[in-house]
Write a protein that binds this ligand. Structure first.
Ligand code: DX5
Ligand code: ZN
Length: 231
């Protein structure tokens, strides 16, 4: 894909982890009005990560509130047990962690069979070459730029080199595959993430914690549009 084509496909996915669930319908409308391309939904089980969020029931209820694609990021052990249920609840992309199952290859295939896009996430401590035998099975690689579990953490700069490394492998073997970056993304680093090769930008605190979330999203879009992705 040419750099220009890739820029057109850069997506911003606000992470509902940082939204106010007492007012969730309004929060979703707010990011829709700012031009969000997807919603990023973090499911945490208190085992894979030291925090809890939500399961399929909440995803299903949220599905009634918006047409935006749901990007479900599963930070749970034994993700194979729940993929079908997340798909039925309304997930469009299902991303599980490389570290959470010994059967990544089988699970990527299964996610695709459900009709969802298959995503695989790697923690900051997991090297990119671990994905080498999975590349053709993946629709989206999620490079974690914080240790998973919480919003509002600082961006780990090393993630940029990992994104570039993933992009190099994908360009050769699976150019349509997307690269998502998650954690500590905001106005100060989105251009660098896009230049490195990311095309799905997750943003929690920088959007929902902003004084004017829709304007922050519009400013993100302006900066993305002004950035030349890596050739
Ligand atoms: C962290 C989650 C992220 C989180 C990002 O484990 O996977 O999606 O919401 O939040 P920010 O953008 O605030 O770092
Ligand atoms: Zn996430």
């Amino acid at each position: 894909m040419s750099p220009a084509a890739r820029r057109r496909t850069v997506k911003i996915a606000p992470s509902l982890l940082s939204a106010d669930f007492a007012d969730i319908a309004d929060q979703i409308r707010m990011v829709e009005s700012g031009g969000a391309d997807e919603l990023h939904l973090d499911s945490m089980d208190g085992v894979f990560v030291p925090n809890f969020t939500w399961g399929m029931k909440i995803v299903k209820d949220l599905r009634k509130l918006t047409q935006l694609p749901f990007d479900c990021h599963l930070m749970i052990v034994e993700p194979e047990k729940y993929v079908d249920a997340f798909r039925e609840a309304g997930a469009d992309v299902i991303t599980f962690h490389y570290e959470a199952t010994p059967h990544q290859h089988r699970l990527l295939r299964h996610v695709r069979e459900t009709g969802a896009k298959a995503g695989i996430a790697i923690n900051p401590g997991t090297p990119v070459p671990m994905l080498v035998d999975l590349i053709e099975e993946i629709d989206r690689v999620l490079v974690m730029s914080v240790n998973p579990g919480f919003g509002g953490q600082s961006f780990i700069e090393r993630a940029l080199a990992k994104i570039a490394e993933v992009r190099t492998v994908l360009d050769k073997r699976n150019p349509a595959c997307e690269i998502e970056v998650d954690g500590g993304i905001g106005l100060e680093n989105i251009e660098r993430a896009v230049k490195a090769g990311a095309n799905v930008l997750v943003a929690g605190n920088s959007v929902f914690g902003a004084d004017d979330p829709p304007e922050t999203l519009r400013e993100m879009r302006r900066r993305i549009d002004a950035t030349a992705p890596r050739a």
